[in-house]
Design a protein around this ligand. Structure first.
Ligand code: MD6
Ligand code: FE
Length: 212
């Protein structure tokens, strides 16, 4: 973990239980990059279908004991990848440790993630306002890691109509939220064309949850 995170200085609170840890993942970016490539060689990115029948602009895959999947039947956590029928790739140690350390830094001790949803945004891809509500225990936080191209995170309230604030997220930033903010609506604005030296023309987001 980065030493400076022992202080409050690098924490940007965006609500009472939501914090942006600027650059928190930078110290492990190369191992994250390597481990990500192993995951997508077994469980490739795919565009899932929403329950309403639309194809998502964000491509997704997972690692861990379960994976988040969407289809005409709704959303669920599945221990197997529907593309292969095989279990999702194991959660790499680098992922697990990063999520645990980020959660602890934000005040959520003992966060043992069992799912990492991996999102890939190419220019134009976006994620509409939604709540994360398919998990069993809403006392567990969510840890979200941004890699590659920058994006604008929309951070709303507990009602869909609450006006969201815009939070710019850059390569290496980690957002942790939970507690009173766990059910806030949030999304990602359409990604702008750009180039990142390591991740290329895309943004990768790792969203860690405890599903069960
Ligand atoms: C993204 N993130 O950043 C999408 N969900 O690409 C999320 O949907 C999200 O960042 C819950 C908590 C933090 C997040
Ligand atoms: Fe989400």
């Amino acid at each position: 973990m980065i030493d400076s995170y022992a202080s409050e200085e690098n924490k940007e609170w965006i609500a009472s239980a939501s914090v942006v840890l600027r650059g928190f993942a930078l110290s492990c970016e190369s191992v994250l990059h390597t481990d990500l490539h192993k995951i997508i060689s077994t469980a490739p990115f795919r565009h899932m279908i929403t329950p309403g029948g639309f194809t998502m602009s964000v491509a997704m895959t997972n690692c861990g004991s379960y994976g988040w999947v969407s289809g005409r039947g709704g959303y669920r956590y599945d221990p197997n990848d529907p593309l292969t029928g095989k279990p999702w790739p194991e959660m790499p140690e680098s992922f697990l440790t990063l999520a645990k350390n980020a959660a602890a830094t934000a005040g959520f001790d003992n966060f043992i993630s069992d799912v990492c949803l991996v999102n890939r945004y190419e220019p134009g891809a976006k994620l509409s306002l939604h709540q994360d509500k398919d998990e069993l225990d809403f006392n567990q936080p969510i840890v979200s890691v941004s890699l590659g191209l920058p994006a604008i995170f929309l951070f709303g309230g507990l009602k869909r109509k609450d006006k969201p604030v815009r939070v710019p997220l850059a390569h290496g930033d980690v957002v942790v939220w939970g507690g009173a903010d766990r059910m806030r609506y949030h999304g990602i604005m359409p990604l702008k064309e750009n180039h990142h030296p390591v991740f290329g023309n895309q943004r990768i987001n790792l969203t860690f949850r405890k599903a069960y």
